[in-house]
Design a protein around this ligand. Structure first.
Ligand SMILES: Cc1ncc(C[n+]2csc(CCOP(=O)(O)OP(=O)(O)O)c2C)c(N)n1
Ligand code: SF4
Length: 278
C-alpha cells in the first residue's frame, strides 16, 4: 500500500500545535515538519505516545510546532535527553530533531555514541550547511571554500563532515537521506525509519533560504541513490564514500542488537539528588 494513501484516524493538522512557525518564508524546515506529521498519520500513532526532543537552532524548534509530547532542550544535547527518555519510557515513540550545527558540532560526540548504542530512536537532522539561527556561520557540513560568513572570509579550509557515512561507521542500523524539496519521498523515508527497530538516522537536505540562497539549486542536484537499500554495511559504505552528498533514499537498514536497559528506576528524584550530594 502506498504510504501516502492510507485512511487515517487523525489528520496531519491534528499533529500540529497552535504555535505558528517563525521560520523565514521558503525555509526547508517547513516541509520537514509537514513530512513528520504525515508520517505520524500513516503510522496512526496516538499523540500521547509520541515524544519529540530537540536541541537549539531553527530546526530544533520543531517540538513546539507539534501537538505531541516535546522537549526543546539545550544545544547539542538532544540525543542525550532522548536516550534518557527512551530508557525510562520504552513504550514511547521518540523522535529527535535538529540541525547540522546542533548535531555535528556541539552534539557530535553524542551523535557517534547514540549510533553505536542503537537505541530505538529516530534522529532527523535538517542539514543546511550553516548555523541558521545565529545568522549564518559555517557548520561542520559547510564546504571548505564557502566565504560568505564574516567569521570565515577565506572559507574554513576544513573538509566536510559526512553525516551518513559517519552514522554508518558508528553503528546506526538505519541510514537514509531525504530532501525537503521532495516531501512525499521524505514522508516514506520517515515512515520506514520510525518502523525500524533501532537507531535510525535520516540526513535531510533542508535549504536555508536566508543565509544559503544558492541552495535553491539543490532541487536540480539531487538524484536517487546508486544502490537499493542494503543490509550489507560494506556495500552501503562503498556507496556513501563514492557519494556526492546529494543522493536520496534509504541506503542501509539492518537488524542489529538494540540497547534498552532492563527495568526502570523507581527512585524518586529527591533520593537520586541525595546520592550526588557532596
Ligand atoms: C552552548 C551553546 N552554544 C552556542 C549556542 C548558539 N547557537 C544557537 S543555535 C546554534 C546553531 C544552530 O545551527 P543548526 O543546528 O545547524 O540549526 P539551524 O538553525 O541551521 O536550523 C548555535 C551555535 C547556544 N545556544 N548554546
Ligand atoms: S535562518 Fe535559515 S534555517 Fe533559520 S528559519 Fe531562516 S531560512 Fe530557515
Amino acid at each position: 500500500m502506498d504510504v501516502l494513501s492510507s485512511t487515517p484516524a487523525l489528520k496531519a493538522k491534528d499533529y500540529k500545535s497552535d504555535i505558528k512557525p517563525i521560520w523565514c518564508p521558503g525555509c526547508g524546515h517547513f516541509a520537514v515538519l509537514s513530512a513528520m506529521t504525515k508520517a505520524l498519520v500513516h503510522l496512526g500513532l496516538k499523540k500521547e505516545r509520541v515524544a519529540v526532543v530537540s536541541g537549539i537552532g531553527c530546526s530544533s524548534r520543531i517540538p513546539a510546532y507539534l501537538d505531541t509530547y516535546g522537549f526543546h532542550g539545550i544545544h547539542g544535547r538532544a540525543l542525550a535527553v532522548a536516550s534518557g527518555l527512551k530508557a525510562a519510557r520504552p513504550d514511547l515513540t521518540v523522535l529527535v530533531t535538529g540541525g547540522d550545527g546542533d548535531g555535528f558540532s556541539i552534539g557530535g560526540n553524542h551523535f557517534l555514541h547514540a549510533c553505536r548504542r542503537n537505541m530505538d530512536l529516530t534522529y532527523i537532522v535538517m542539514d543546511n550547511e550553516v548555523y541558521g539561527m545565529t545568522k549564518g556561520q559555517a557548520s561542520p557540513t559547510t564546504a571548505p571554500d564557502w566565504t560568505r560568513s564574516k567569521l570565515t572570509p577565506h572559507g574554513t579550509g576544513v573538509r566536510r563532515f559526512q553525516p551518513a557515512a559517519m552514522a554508518l561507521a558508528a553503528g546506526a542500523s538505519f541510514v537514509a537521506r531525504g530532501f525537503s524539496g521532495d516531501p512525499s519521498a521524505l514522508t516514506r523515508i520517515l515512515v520506514e525509519a520510525m518502523e525500524h527497530r533501532g537507531f535510525s538516522f535520516i540526513h535531510v537536505l533542508s535549504p536555508c533560504q536566508t543565509f544559503r540562497p544558492e541552495q535553491k539549486d539543490w532541487k536540480e542536484q539531487v538524484h536517487p541513490c546508486a544502490i537499493e537499500p542494503t543490509d550489507n554495511p560494506v556495500k552501503a559504505a562503498a556507496c556513501l564514500q563514492a557519494d556526492d552528498g546529494k543522493s536520496l533514499g534509504v541506503v542501509f537498514a539492518q537488524q542489529l542488537p538494540v540497547w534498552q536497559p532492563e527495568g526502570r528506576s523507581t527512585a524518586p528524584v529527591i533520593e537520586l539528588e541525595e546520592g550526588f550530594r557532596v
